[in-house]
Design a protein around this ligand. Structure first.
Ligand code: SF4
Ligand code: SF4
Length: 340
């Protein structure tokens, strides 16, 4: 793997070079201690929030749009909508979000390739950023605190300089567009990088025992924990909207008086009562406890069976968003303790 260093005072210049070719998106403060990914062009490099822990919405918002038109229709038939995206660069994704992206990449590529998602994904360069945890992060529990690959460049903050790993040809190309700003790595850089990893490692310890979790959940699907959670949950769907790996969407038509219209897709939530409504007012999961259980079963049992990994990456967004104070760590801990 190629590695370089970049002095902190050159980061803005480097992002300016990136802006010549890409719409650069960076984490910025949204106020109240919250953060969001936003265009660099609208803010300037001084707004770059390298200290952020998580954004309100995950990077999936760039690939699976909250709402989009899939096709239009009229008397002559259906007309596909081309996704004409300019290349963009997402700067500052933490390892948990890179894992999240990997999970939804898989969802939108097999068994059917989603052309709109794929097209946006192909247009994106991804720059990762090393991080330190806060009280809501539990990546070490879900084993997502590190990632090998899935990025074009990865930046580790060493203080006055960044240690940069190149993960792809496109990342290599980006470095060479501004090669004079980057330095070859020397022993001192390598030692400082390893020291940073060492310090970070000691802050990242698992928060809850998840050994045999999928097996425990599957063996005891009627565990009382789900009824207790169903009674507490408001079914607002905030947890699913902010989740980097939740991919539920709804398809509906907006029809004009002349019969033409648009077929749209928008984010949906398996926590909503109408999510599984079919003809005849039949619901498969009319109880909130069944819907909460379904969400956790999908992440911790179904996804593990299909892909040998949990679909929770430990980002802590759902805990931050939930008005009922439901958080994954305490749910997993209660399931582990009460359902076994
Ligand atoms: S379930 Fe919660 S903690 Fe896990 S990936 Fe989704 S938002 Fe993050
Ligand atoms: S955010 Fe909390 S209250 Fe809202 S649906 Fe999710 S678990 Fe239920």
């Amino acid at each position: 793997m190629e590695t370089f260093t970049l002095y902190r005072e050159h980061l803005g210049q480097f992002l300016d070079v990136c802006q010549e070719q890409f719409r650069v998106q960076i984490p910025v403060s949204a106020g109240d201690g919250r953060y969001r990914f936003s265009p660099l062009a609208g803010h300037g490099v001084e707004a770059l929030a390298l200290e952020y822990h998580r954004t309100l919405l995950p990077p999936k918002k760039y690939f699976l749009l909250p709402e989009e038109t899939i096709c239009t229709f009229d008397q002559k038939g259906y007309h596909p909508v081309e996704v004409a995206e300019e290349p963009f660069l997402l700067f500052g994704l933490h390892p948990c979000d890179l894992h999240g992206l990997r999970i939804i990449d898989q969802f939108f590529s097999t068994p059917y390739a989603d052309s709109a998602y794929q097209s946006r994904r192909k247009n994106a360069l991804i720059v990762g950023l090393g991080c330190l945890p806060d009280d809501k992060c539990f990546c070490a529990t879900m084993n997502t605190q590190q990632i090998m690959g899935g990025y074009d460049l990865f930046f580790w903050d060493l203080g006055e300089r960044f240690y940069i790993q190149v993960g792809s040809e496109a990342g290599h190309g980006l470095i060479h567009k501004a090669r004079e700003m980057f330095h070859d790595v020397v022993d001192e850089d390598r030692q400082d990088y390893l020291e940073t990893l060492y310090q970070r490692r000691h802050l990242l310890t698992p928060k809850v025992d998840v050994a045999d979790l999928s097996q425990i959940m599957e063996a005891n699907p009627d565990c009382a924990v789900w009824d207790e959670l169903g009674a507490a949950c408001f079914a607002c769907g905030a947890c699913t909207m902010v989740c980097p790996t939740c991919t539920c969407y709804d398809i509906f038509d907006r029809v004009e008086l002349d019969g033409s219209g648009r077929r749209c897709r928008q984010w949906d939530s398996c926590l909503f009562r109408d999510f599984d409504r079919i003809a005849g007012e039949v619901h498969f999961r009319s109880d909130r406890s069944d819907r909460v259980k379904n969400r956790f079963f999908h992440k911790e049992v179904v996804h593990v069976k299909q892909h040998q990994r949990s679909a929770c990456v430990g980002c802590g967004r759902c805990q931050e968003a939930c008005p009922a104070g439901i958080d994954v760590v305490s749910v997993l801990s209660r399931v582990h303790a009460s359902c076994a």
